[in-house]
Ligand binder design. Structure first.
Ligand SMILES: NC(=O)c1ccc[n+]([C@@H]2O[C@H](COP(=O)([O-])OP(=O)(O)OC[C@H]3O[C@@H](n4cnc5c(N)ncnc54)[C@H](OP(=O)(O)O)[C@@H]3O)[C@@H](O)[C@H]2O)c1
Length: 295
C-alpha cells in the first residue's frame, strides 16, 4: 500500500514511516524544517500549502495519508494562537478535503488535551471535549474540520507521547529528560497532580498502521493501558536504569507558572481501539520494556 506520512521528521511521524516501511508498504514522507534521514521519498511540505499537497497526491496516488504534522508546543500555541489555529485547526481539514476529492483515506492525529481534566476516570470517545488552552482548542478544531471534510476519516487521540525518534535513533520526550537528570545526579521533581496514559510512539505507530490495514475509521483513543502520574512514570524509568529513586521528588504542576493551563486528568480509555483491532494495547511497563536498551 502507498502511504504518505506528513510530519515524517517528528517523533510519531518517524515511527509511522519506520513501521510502514518494515511492513513492506511504499512510504512517502513529508517534512517541515528538518529533512529526516530515511531511505524513502521525502518532500518538504508546509501542511498549510494545500496546492503542493494536492500535487503530491496527484504524483503518488497513495491509498492513505497519515497526518502526524502539528504545532505541538503547548505553551508556544498559547502565544502564537493564530498560527496554531492555521496549522492544527484549519490545515487538517484542507488535507482531508483534498484526500476526499482524490478518493484517498485520511488518518489524523489528535490529543488528550481536548479534555479539560476535571474527570477522574479514563475518557471515552463519547466524552464531551472542552479544551482549556489554545493547543487543545486548535486540535479540537482540527478534528471537527477533518470530520466535516472527509467521509470516513480515522482520528486517533494520543496522550503524553514519548519514544525513540526513528530518524535520529534518540530517546525523546519525558523519559529522556528523566534519564538525563538521573545520569547527572540531579534532583528530579515530577508531577503528582497530572494523570496521563503515556503513548509510546513506536506502539502507537503500530496501532495506526494496524488500523489502516484493518480499514478502520472513526474516532479512537490510542494510548497505553496505564493511567499514571509523571512521578509514577519516573519511578519506572528509575527501575529500568537500576538507579536510586532518591533523586525523584514529588512536584506539582499547579505550582508552576506556565503560559498554557494544563489539565489534571486526561487518561484515555482505550477499549474501543482494542475491540476494533481484537487485541489489547500495551501497558506502560510493556512499552518501556520494548525500548529498555535506551536506558
Ligand atoms: N507530543 C505529545 O505529547 C502529544 C500528545 C498528544 C497528541 N500529540 C499529537 O501527536 C501528533 C504527533 O506529535 P509528535 O509528538 O510526533 O510531535 P513532533 O515531534 O513535534 O512532530 C510534529 C511535526 O510536525 C511538523 N510541523 C509543524 N508545523 C508544520 C507545518 N506547518 N507543516 C508541516 N509540518 C509541520 C514539525 O516540524 P518542524 O519541527 O520542522 O516544524 C514536526 O516534525 C500531533 O498531532 C500531536 O498534536 C502529541
Amino acid at each position: 500500500m502507498q502511504i504518505v506520512v506528513t510530519g515524517a521528521a517528528g517523533l510519531l511521524g518517524s515511527n509511522v514511516v519506520s513501521v510502514g516501511n518494515d511492513r513492506g508498504h511504499d512510504v512517502v514522507g513529508t517534512y517541515h524544517s528538518t529533512k529526516p534521514s530515511f531511505e524513502v521519498p521525502l518532500y518538504e511540505l508546509d501542511i498549510c500549502d494545500t496546492d503542493r499537497f494536492r500535487e503530491l497526491l496527484d504524483e503518488h496516488e497513495p491509498a492513505v495519508v497519515i497526518n502526524c504534522a502539528a504545532m505541538t508546543d503547548v505553551d508556544g500555541c498559547e502565544s502564537a494562537s493564530s498560527a496554531a489555529s492555521e496549522v492544527n485547526g484549519e490545515a487538517p481539514g484542507e488535507l482531508a478535503a483534498a484526500c476526499e476529492e482524490h478518493d484517498v483515506d485520511f488518518v489524523h492525529v489528535s490529543t488528550d488535551y481536548v479534555f479539560d481534566g476535571t474527570k477522574t476516570e479514563p475518557h471515552t470517545e463519547s466524552d464531551e471535549p472542552s479544551p482549556v488552552q489554545e493547543y487543545g482548542a486548535s486540535k479540537l478544531d482540527g478534528e471537527q474540520a477533518v470530520q466535516s471534510s472527509h467521509s470516513n476519516p480515522l482520528i486517533a487521540r494520543l496522550s503524553f507521547v514519548y519514544g525513540i525518534d526513528r530518524s535520529t535513533g534518540e530517546l525523546t520526550g519525558f523519559p529522556a529528560w528523566v534519564r538525563g537528570r538521573l545520569e547527572d545526579g540531579e534532583e528530579t521533581p515530577l508531577f503528582v497532580d497530572q494523570h496521563v496514559t503515556p503513548s509510546r510512539a513506536g506502539s502507537t505507530a503500530e496501532t495506526l498502521v494496524d488500523a489502516v490495514e484493518n480499514d478502520s475509521s472513526g474516532l479512537f483513543h490510542v494510548a497505553s493501558r496505564s493511567c499514571v502520574t509523571p512521578y509514577e512514570f519516573g519511578e519506572q524509568v528509575c527501575a529500568l536504569m537500576d538507579a536510586s529513586d532518591a533523586l525523584l521528588q514529588e512536584g506539582s504542576q499547579a505550582a508552576l507558572d506556565r503560559p498554557a493551563t494544563r489539565p489534571e486528568y486526561t487518561c484515555l480509555d482505550v477499549s474501543k481501539i482494542e475491540e476494533e483491532l481484537g487485541r489489547t494495547q500495551p501497558t506502560l511497563s510493556e512499552d518501556l520494556a520494548a525500548i529498555a536498551d535506551a536506558f
